[in-house]
Design a protein around this ligand. Structure first.
Ligand code: ATP
Length: 617
């Protein structure tokens, strides 16, 4: 069965039918005040979903949600009462306005993250509140009244009972859309960005655009809530969009579980109902919510939505259940053949794939790289060795766009690529792994691979609105390819596991599989054998050879000299940021400068020339 169809969180049809029935019958069972509270709860639920998308899914702290809500509510009010527009055209323009404001608020996220972003978004929300209180067009402290009842084919939406049904339909569609986003490519990329923006960029995720997208999504949900609120209450005033409501919203998302949209809805509905019960004690209610939020952050950071998984993990630990196998299946070699003979490019030219020309990198006073030059031909396996701190990882970081060089150029396939962002380099055919593993910790192993397999551009998210079938088909293709990749790398058994729960050797292999998912031409492996046992190193050598035989050029940094000697045709030696030797493994280990550089370095000082068969398959 397709993995997509057996998604662990896909709601059952029966559950949906029961929920629809409850939603349908609810107005028949409650009084007019209760239905008013439910109508308000739905508005908050929409706001909470938007906030969950930005904060929980994309990891972007957004304290401006109340402003997105306000912008569309005010835009609807102003356009209908001042400009005489009908309710629905005004609502459509209000949605556009809040999406644009969302993009605007997202701009600071390009430069700053975490609490700085929180402060800036909060500042923008305060600015908006200030505007509503002072601007004449916004009605000042008195607000705007007499917003018209939304027309709906003769249905009287001034009745809160009938308005409830409109809200339920809009809410259901919005939640379904949110879940669709979260469970497909865009959501995965947003989550990958949340877990590790550097690694996400390295597998092709356009981080700046994704950050803007997160704020835009959040603002559209805020905008929907604003329109519904304006149509429901038909009067708006600054007190609805104040900081205490922003805090309440934050509490809903944190308590419900910011990484789960359903959790956000539960938090929003639950806290709206509780707030109504405590309406006579607003100060105590605020204080109570504050205490609960602090307790949740400390003891249950994943909120109510995360409680079942935590309980299950606890139970499994208590019962000593370890469901996962800890041994990988064998790697299935790639088909050989695409390998370029004689260091030639695809067009037959004999230029190298990678040219590094006089690269320098300075960190304040420290010259980590000094005029490093080297070339790597097509189909080569190049080793980069050197004592600790000699600049190897810095060189990789420059090649892969993580660092801008202080001088010199990097060319790939004859094209200057130095200074390009990691996601552009990924699309140009570069992939890498990291010395300290950088897997997306909150995603499953399959999702880690899916993020890298998905090469669609961020601008293609228009399909989510206009052509969701296309998104769905693409998902099916990606899941099939992920299954193939999992099988090739012997990882099928671990597909649904969290990478952090797996042994180190398996995590290293997942990282190589993820790098290969992007079908690179050049693969940079940063200490791929670190932490592996002897058998795993032997398997690694087999994998790297097969990758090269499939036509991918490999450059690896390694301290395991046995592996370097057996695998690499040529080795470049760095010391103190400079290339001190280059040649075949036998040549470099006999080089005087190399021996001197390594004196005192235990990895190589006593290095006998290893027998290549030690690590070969
Ligand atoms: N972001 C940074 N800021 C300041 N200094 C840095 C930064 N990154 C690396 N360095 C310094 O640059 C030098 C080279 O570091 P690098 O990590 O490239 O060495 P390496 O050869 O990869 O070492 P190892 O084998 O231990 O991984 C070191 O002195 C290191 O402290």
């Amino acid at each position: 069965m397709n993995a997509l169809l057996r998604h662990r969180n896909t709601p059952k049809l029966g559950t949906i039918a029961v929920l629809v029935l409850i939603a349908w019958l609810l107005p028949y069972t409650v009084g007019s005040y209760a239905i008013h509270v439910v109508d308000i709860a739905i508005v908050f639920a929409l706001l909470a979903i938007g906030m969950g998308l930005a904060m929980g899914i994309a990891g972007q702290i957004n304290l401006a949600q109340i402003a997105f809500f306000g912008v569309s509510a005010y835009a609807t009010a102003i356009l209908t009462t001042h400009n005489g527009l009908g309710f629905w055209p005004a609502a459509a323009l209000a949605l556009v306005a809040s999406a644009l404001i969302g993009l605007l608020v997202g701009i600071p996220a390009l430069r700053m993250q975490s609490h700085y972003l929180g402060i800036v978004t909060l500042g923008l929300a305060l600015g908006f509140i200030n505007w509503t209180t002072n601007a004449k067009i916004a009605g000042g402290a008195e607000g705007i009244s007499a917003i018209p009842v939304p027309p709906m084919f003769g249905v009287d939406l001034s009745s809160e009972y009938l308005y409830y049904y409109l809200e339920v339909v809009v809410f259901a569609l919005a939640l379904a859309f949110g879940l669709f986003v979260v469970r497909t490519g865009l959501g995965r990329r947003l989550m990958a960005m949340r877990d590790d923006p550097l690694a996400a960029g390295a597998v092709g995720a356009e981080i700046p655009l994704l950050r803007m997208t997160a704020f835009m999504l959040s603002s559209v949900f805020g905008g929907l809530a604003g329109v519904l609120y304006a149509g429901l209450i038909r009067y708006i005033a600054p007190e609805t969009f104040n900081i205490s409501n922003m805090f309440l919203l934050l509490a809903m998302v944190v308590i419900g579980g910011r990484q789960s949209l359903v959790g956000c809805v539960v938090g929003a509905v639950g806290l709206t109902l509780i707030r109504e019960q405590l309406v006579d004690y607003p100060t105590y209610a605020q204080l109570g919510f504050g205490v609960v939020v602090v307790l949740m952050v400390v003891f249950a950071p994943t909120g109510l939505a995360g409680v079942p998984a935590r309980l299950k993990a606890l139970l499994d630990r208590r019962l000593g259940r370890t469901a996962e196998r800890s041994v990988m299946r064998p790697f299935e070699p790639y088909e050989a053949g695409a390998s370029r003979e004689g260091g030639k490019a695809a067009d037959g030219e004999s230029r190298p794939l990678l040219e590094i020309k006089d690269i320098a990198k300075q960190f304040r006073g420290l010259k980590a790289l000094k005029d490093v030059s080297l070339t790597v031909g097509y189909g080569e396996i190049r080793g980069i060795v050197g004592p600790n701190g000699s600049g190897k990882t810095t060189l990789f970081n420059v090649i892969s766009g993580f660092y801008r060089p202080s001088g010199g150029r990097v060319l790939m396939d004859g094209q200057v690529v130095s200074g390009s962002r990691p996601y552009r380099l990924s699309r140009h055919g570069l992939a890498r792994t990291f010395q300290n593993l950088r897997l997306f910790g909150e995603l499953t192993v399959r999702d880690n691979l899916l993020v890298a397999l998905d090469r669609s551009r961020t601008y293609a998210i228009w399909k989510y609105v206009l052509w969701p079938v296309g998104v769905w088909r693409q998902e099916r293709r990606l899941h099939r390819r992920a299954d193939d990749l999992l099988r090739r790398f012997g990882l099928t058994e671990f597909a649904t596991a969290a990478p952090g729960s797996l042994p180190y050797g398996i995590q290293r292999r997942i990282e190589i599989a993820r790098a290969m998912a992007g079908e690179p031409r050049l693969l940079l492996l940063d200490e791929p054998a670190a932490g592996l046992n002897g058998e795993e190193v032997r398997q690694l050598a087999e994998i790297v050879r097969s990758i090269r035989d499939s036509g991918v050029t490999v450059v690896l940094i390694e301290h395991n000299m046995g592996l370097v000697m057996s695998l690499c045709e040529r080795v470049t030696v760095l010391a103190n940021g400079s290339v001190i030797a280059e040649g075949t493994p036998a040549e470099v280990v006999a080089d005087h400068a190399v021996i001197e550089a390594y004196l005192g370095d235990s990895a190589m000082a006593e290095m006998p020339l290893p027998n290549p068969t030690e690590v070969s398959s």
